[in-house]
Design a protein. Structure first.
Length: 389
């Protein structure tokens, strides 16, 4: 159960004023601390905080949505994602066609097929995705810290074995916008509309509470939560568009984990010059610079703080221990599999799926197809670790 789902059951939020003041101080420290790298860095830190707050308040889970669709036939979470993708496509298109920023576009590749499949398995073992790992840490999950540790390890290992995959077939980076302009945008919107209609009809044929999907917001729910899935999807699409404008590229998460792990490895004695990837001039300069100079890292930290703020406002910010030793093993394996898979697939559920499809990149569609196949395998493995589906 995600942190936001837990606090939905609480009738009256508990006061956590001291924690809230501490978090507000940390938010101010982050925003002011990165201002030395320019006003955009501070603005993107705030965007990251809003991402974390949104993910927590809407309990917007990617991994859980796929699992609920396959296991329970509950398509509400995936339908909210399709609506989010449609809005993001509409918002991204004029910016990309106008030359404002670059999209998250990558090749259609054999390695991406393998990576997305591995990521799908890892999501279910780790009980979260890339952004889910961050916002559940912010909500107080100690187990997700283990997932984060091995997620970074997996993606770092991906950089060290990058050459192994280079010879496999792949295309040039392809996007519908690049191929057909507004015609490509229209084609994607038609596909998304068809998916939304199919999911909506499927969902209406099944008895399920629609309240969490499209409940009308109130001032109290905006502050204390929960937000509906639709509200969360709209907010995420708007925030990703703002990221594109400010950073010149859409939202991503995995690179931050990779960079953090590389810095730790270098501190422990690893020589970056031994790696073909890390000795590239552009990459080496990022590795040697402050972590606060990196946009993805700053936004990732913001997501954790934003989720913690949401939990504290709701009075539900508490440290939660792993449910079992087997769950810890699953978290470690899931993080490692997600990290390596994300590197192979040119991104995770954020960089490849959300930002990729919003950019009309064909690799984003490839990602979700094989991530769902991996999810089908992952849900069968979860009972081995005493994890509920």
């Amino acid at each position: 159960m995600t942190p936001a789902a837990e606090f939905v059951q609480v009738q009256k939020p508990r006061s956590q004023s001291a924690l809230l003041y501490l978090l507000l101080a940390l938010v101010a420290a982050l925003v002011l601390g990165v201002s030395g790298f320019g006003w955009r860095q501070s603005a993107l830190a705030l965007v990251g905080i809003l991402f974390g707050l949104t993910l927590y308040q809407a309990s917007f889970g990617f991994a859980s949505s796929y699992r609920h669709l396959l296991v329970r036939g509950d398509g509400r979470g995936v339908l909210a994602q399709v609506l989010m993708l449609g809005l993001a496509t509409l918002l991204f298109a004029p910016l990309l066609l106008g030359g404002i920023g670059r999209g998250a576009v990558a090749p259609v590749a054999v390695q991406a097929v393998a990576g997305a499949f591995l990521f799908g398995i890892g999501m279910q073992l780790g009980s979260g995705c890339a952004c889910g790992t961050l916002y559940t840490i912010g909500g107080g999950s100690s187990m997700m810290l283990l997932t984060l540790l091995t997620f970074g390890t997996g993606s770092f290992l991906g950089t060290l074995t990058d050459g192994v995959w280079q010879g496999l077939p792949k295309t040039e980076p392809l996007s519908l916008v690049g191929l057909w302009g507004w015609g490509g945008v229209l084609l994607q919107l038609v596909v998304l509309a068809a998916l939304a209609l199919g999911l909506w009809r499927w969902q209406r044929s099944r008895p399920a509470d629609a309240g969490s999907f499209w409940a009308k917001p109130t001032w109290r729910s905006l502050l204390y939560g929960p937000w509906s899935l639709v509200a969360g999807g709209i907010a995420l699409a708007l925030l990703n568009t703002l990221t594109l404008v400010l950073a010149g590229r859409p939202w991503g998460v995995t690179w931050g984990f990779t960079l953090w792990t590389a810095k730790i490895a270098a501190a422990l004695g690893w020589n970056p010059a031994t790696s073909e990837f890390w000795r590239q001039d552009a990459v080496a300069s990022v590795l040697s610079a402050s972590v606060f100079a990196d946009v993805t890292s700053v936004m990732n930290l913001g997501i954790v703080l934003g989720a913690a703020l949401g939990a504290a406002i709701a009075g539900q910010l508490t440290l939660r221990q792993p449910p079992s030793r087997l769950a810890v093993v699953a978290a470690l394996l899931g993080g490692l599999t997600m990290g390596y898979g994300a590197w192979l697939a040119f991104g995770c559920n954020v960089g490849a799926y959300f930002s990729g499809i919003a950019s009309t990149s064909l690799h984003g569609w490839l990602w979700i197809a094989f991530a769902l196949l991996g999810t089908a395998v992952g849900v069968r493995l979860r009972p081995l670790f005493k994890l509920e589906n």
